[in-house]
Design a protein around this ligand. Structure first.
Ligand code: NAD
Ligand code: MG
Length: 383
């Protein structure tokens, strides 16, 4: 029996993780759950999965949950302390980090320090603290198992292969999002509703907006650099609008190994939970004859600046990817609230990166301080 702590259990990745637990209840068990504020869904999850602990980050929500599940045996904890506590419990084997945003850094570090394997969906953590997370995981002998579909595909393609010095390049595929092919003038008036219509994937709101700006692909380039120990220039982004090739690796002899499948996050989640084993999944087969073709394009980085800005932040390094990520997080929240227009997402990120002097090799405290500074800078600009 593998015991899981699922951080972000009420979200898109979190609920799909619980579906896999439900389908494999003889092998997987939920020991702890965490979310921010969705009390009703958390209550349902507690009644179904009977975790020993549940954490609500939001204190008010934690209070409500406490009352709602008073008749159960689940212990309720709250805040960052609660999140950290359920990431380092002796009884758990693996922590699924399906929280959105940099809030995932501290619990992930706590889990690694406690020797827990990580099924990592929370890419913001690697983007901002990859230089801390990866060496620490190595030191503690902990596996970082990618859940992001592209990184899972790369990880699957690397099984049985020699070390990272045999990689020529990583082929990181992208659908191009709902605005693929559009020019800058057309993007100016795109609404939240337009941006939330992803052609292939159903995901949380933040990452769906990030797909439309290519900021998600930018974050994924940095995520790949850390996970697979390659240089930024070895990560080649390729648009593959049907989202069938989930990514691959080109080796030094020219051979390309890739993972293909229908676009469904449950496969990468399940693969991470059972790695290195594979378990059956049904109703997810590609019908190649019906698909007929898989097409490719180079990304338009001049129009979709998210990718170029992310790479620029990673080249500068240090705390700059934190600023790219924090500025994007805040800009996306403002766009979702209809306070700024689509292209202003890029303007805000650029302004924040211009204003920031990168700190080399930042500590967690410095990363979080850079995030805070970036938010304050955006607030001052909005005034
Ligand atoms: P989501 O918005 O659907 O869910 C986010 C979850 O995080 C929710 O359970 C929410 O309660 C929780 N959360 C948010 N703030 C919190 C806080 N302060 N404390 C505790 N919990 C908090 O997001 P998602 O789409 O599931 O994405 C989660 C992560 O996975 C992101 O980093 C995203 O980039 C990554 N990811 C998602 C997908 C996908 O298909 N959805 C694919 C690849 C990677
Ligand atoms: Mg992805």
């Amino acid at each position: 029996m593998k015991r899981l702590s699922v951080l972000g259990s009420t979200g898109s990745i979190g609920t799909q993780t619980l579906e896999i637990v439900r389908e494999n209840s003889d092998e997987l068990m939920v020991y702890a759950l965490a979310a921010n504020s969705q009390v009703d869904l958390m209550e349902k999850q507690i009644r179904e999965f009977k975790p020993v602990y549940a954490c609500m980050c939001n204190e008010e929500a934690a209070g409500k949950l406490q009352v709602a599940v008073a008749d159960t045996d689940t212990k309720i904890v709250s805040g960052m302390d609660g999140l950290i506590a359920i990431s380092e419990l002796d009884e758990i084997d693996i922590v699924v980090t399906a929280i959105v945003g940099m809030i995932g850094i501290r619990p992930t570090i706590a889990a690694i320090n406690a020797g827990k394997d990580i099924a990592l969906a929370n890419k913001e953590t690697l983007v901002t603290a990859g230089h801390i997370i990866m060496p620490l995981a190595k030191e503690k002998g902990v596996k970082i198992l990618p859940v992001d579909s592209e990184h899972s595909a790369i990880f699957q393609s690397l099984q049985g292969q020699a070390g990272s010095d045999r990689i020529d390049q990583i082929l990181l595929t992208a659908s191009g999002g709902p605005f693929r092919g559009k020019k800058r003038e057309e993007l100016a008036d795109m609404t939240v509703e337009d941006a939330l219509k992803h052609p292939n994937w159903s995901m949380g709101r933040k990452i769906t907006i990030d797909s439309s700006t290519l900021c998600n692909k930018g974050l994924e380039v940095i995520e790949a650099k850390w996970l697979f120990d390659v240089s930024l220039d070895q990560v080649h982004v390729l648009l593959q609008p049907q989202s069938i090739i989930h990514s691959g690796v080109q080796f030094i002899d020219g051979a390309v190994v890739a993972q293909l499948g229908v676009p469904d996050m449950k496969l990468p989640i399940q693969y991470a939970l059972f790695y290195p084993d594979r378990k059956p999944m049904y109703n997810n087969r590609i019908d190649f004859a019906k698909l007929a073709q898989i097409t490719f394009e180079e990304p338009d980085e001049e129009t979709f600046k998210g990718l170029a800005l992310a790479k620029q932040s990673s080249r500068i390094g240090g705390s700059m990817p934190t600023v790219f990520n924090a500025a994007n997080e805040r800009a996306v929240a403002l766009f979702l609230d209809k306070k700024i227009k689509f292209l202003q997402i890029y303007d805000l990120i650029e302004a924040c990166m211009d204003a920031h002097k990168a700190i080399d090799n930042p500590t967690v405290e410095e990363i979080l301080a850079s995030e805070q500074e970036c938010y304050e800078y955006i607030d001052s600009m909005l005034k």
